[in-house]
Design a protein around this ligand. Structure first.
Ligand code: KG4
Ligand code: ZN
Length: 382
């Protein structure tokens, strides 16, 4: 394992697991020195979705300059770093490889620690960073951060929808996961049906603003049933059926499609929000049984879908009703970024966890709670 330089507490983070090439510098005590994100949306738009091979090539061509910009903006040289952290999975393996070999090369040439970070852990711990008081003195202790362990996490991204108790870095208990599509997929696939283009989630949210959420009676799978698992694939099918019946180009050409599209978008958004609320309520009650000593535990919502305003608000209302404190990272740190990767390394260091060896092999699948049993009706989804 490489030796940690004592002189500086700056960590370079690298994120390349999907369609953003990102680098950031964060200090061990929680100061974000830089945050650079190069989106690949233009590369993927013509294909209607993220193409893994296109993503890997774009990461390769972008990564050097993205890291350069992150270091320049942080006003640091590589000699000032104490560690470098890169997403080691789960994700599209070509992109994960690009970030991983780059981080290992920096760690090796600068003799600093290397951390292979679970992308989901990055999302899971970001709120602990953003809840730190920015006006507090430099020497903020993590123990004084706004969110104490253990807390309940709803992780809602493009590939994952999970409810977990977070007891510390590397320490998770999963209450529920999706049996089929992730919540983000419900947004992305519905946006595609409606012809909105990429990025699907934000475009669908924008369209939904002008719609009537009661116009379409879409299903809420598993709602009011016990347990914390999710199911979203039926929603996408229901959106497709409604689109074909009401909105798709018609030979008579007499459809009021703009309003109906907005209505369908709003109805979909409400169905996802209500599903998330229903399952989160069950998880909150289970969490209180599992951690009876927590007086007002935190409920953290993270991942790209946490950027959605209706969903944030619905979950905040639920938290208030169930006696949980609510916390979500600012919208820009809900979607993929490298701040969360650097911060996860800072948390690991603070917890006394070891850095990773340079022979770490990237992991396309990497569950946060490897002991969790799969939901009924499907195989394991990390
Ligand atoms: O966490 P993230 O950036 O990447 C993954 O790790 O998957 O999440 C991306 C997902 C996509 O499905 C995207 O459509 C969704 O988050 N998303 C949103 C919004 N912004 C991003 N969904 C609904 N409303 C939004 N405003
Ligand atoms: Zn993500």
């Amino acid at each position: 394992m490489a030796k940690t330089k004592a002189s500086s507490g700056a960590i370079l983070g690298i994120e390349t697991s999907c369609d953003e090439t990102a680098a950031a510098v964060v200090t061990r005590d929680g100061v974000i020195r830089s945050n650079i994100i190069a989106s690949q949306i233009d590369d993927h738009s013509q294909h209607g979705g993220v193409v893994p091979e296109v993503a890997a090539r774009a990461h390769l061509s972008q990564i050097d300059q993205v890291i350069r910009r992150a270091m320049d903006e942080a006003e640091l040289g590589f000699d000032d770093l104490c560690a470098v952290a890169a997403t080691g999975g789960p994700g599209l393996i070509g992109g994960v490889l690009v970030g991983t070999v780059t981080a290992k090369a920096i760690a090796s040439s600068c003799s600093i620690d290397y951390f292979a970070i679970n992308h989901l852990e990055g999302h899971a711990l970001t709120a602990r960073l953003t809840a730190l008081d920015p006006d507090a003195p430099d020497s903020v202790s993590l123990d004084q951060g706004g969110i104490a362990y253990p807390y309940l996490l709803l992780l809602v991204s493009g590939g994952h929808t999970q409810l977990l108790a977070v007891a510390g870095p590397g320490s998770y208990r999963r209450y529920g996961t999706t049996m089929d599509d992730a919540a983000g997929e419900a947004f992305d696939k519905s946006a595609k049906i409606l012809g909105l283009g990429l990025p699907g989630g934000p475009k669908l949210e924008a369209l939904a603003k002008n719609g009537d959420a009661k116009a379409y009676d879409l299903p809420r799978p598993l709602m009011h049933k016990p347990g914390c698992h999710f199911s979203f694939s039926g929603l996408k099918t229901a959106v497709l059926t409604a689109y074909q019946q009401d909105i798709a180009p018609h030979e008579n050409g007499d459809r009021n499609t703009d309003q109906q599209k907005a209505d369908l978008a709003a109805s979909l958004q409400l169905a996802v929000a209500e599903s998330l609320v229903s399952r989160s309520r069950n998880a909150m009650r289970q969490f209180k049984i599992d951690y009876p000593d927590m007086i007002s535990p935190a409920f953290v919502v993270a991942g790209g879908v946490a950027a959605n305003r209706l969903i944030r608000q619905s979950l905040e209302d639920l938290a208030a009703t169930e006696g949980f404190g609510f916390n979500a990272p600012p919208v820009g740190l809900c979607t993929d970024n490298a701040v969360m990767i650097a911060w996860a390394a800072a948390e690991r260091m603070a917890a006394g966890l070891p850095s990773d060896d340079l022979d770490f092999a990237p992991r396309p699948r990497w569950p946060l709670d490897p002991d969790a049993s799969p939901p009924p009706g499907r195989g394991v989804r990390c």
